[in-house]
Unconditional design. Structure first.
Length: 185
């Protein structure tokens, strides 16, 4: 049995600075029938996008010192726009909203399975008239604090010093809070 022509397979761009995760995800997507391009930095991803406009993309939120959101903006501006999913190990409502505003179709928190990514790329959204499930319980105080910090950080363009001033805390305290994994609700 012949394998499908690489040019007829859907194209997908994987962007993550974690070499192992990027490689494993790329191989998994190739096995599922995608023509995969992988990048480990925003500039490298932008070069790949210029050469071959992907139909789909999976982009990490933090790529080294860069934000994957700047790449989401580029991908959403293509004609036709690339359907993008943002992945992050540090999820927050503020960054999720920002990613969706910039053109991502979904925002997923790591660890994530390939099937979850594929479901997100297929646009598994509630049908019109169907209400999404409600959050099972209110946010904990620690989670609410995390969400507030992320919102203020987003409002200040990721500038930790400016966000710390706005929050009324020392910059180092904010950095320590950001280095901790986000608390679950």
């Amino acid at each position: 049995m012949n394998s499908p022509d690489p040019d007829s397979r859907p194209t997908i761009l994987v962007v993550d600075d974690d070499e192992i995760f990027c490689g494993v995800l790329a191989r998994s997507l190739e096995r599922r029938g995608f023509n995969v391009s992988a990048a480990r930095s925003v500039p490298e991803a932008q070069q790949l996008v210029q050469k071959n406009r992907p139909e789909f993309a999976v982009v990490d939120l933090r790529i080294g010192t860069d934000s994957g959101l700047q790449l989401i903006r580029v991908l959403a501006g293509l004609t036709p726009p690339t359907k993008s999913v943002v992945l992050t190990g540090y999820g927050s409502i503020a960054t999720a909203v920002e990613a969706i505003k910039l053109g991502a179709i979904q925002y997923l928190t790591k660890p994530v399975e390939v099937d979850e990514i594929l479901t997100a790329l297929q646009g598994a959204l509630p049908a019109v008239g169907e209400t999404p499930p409600e959050h099972p319980k209110p946010l904990s105080v620690r989670r609410a604090e995390w969400e507030h910090i992320q919102r203020v950080l987003t409002e200040h363009g990721g500038n930790i010093s400016a966000a710390a001033r706005a929050l009324g805390i020392h910059r180092r305290t904010l950095q320590r809070k950001l280095h901790k994994r986000p608390v679950r609700s």
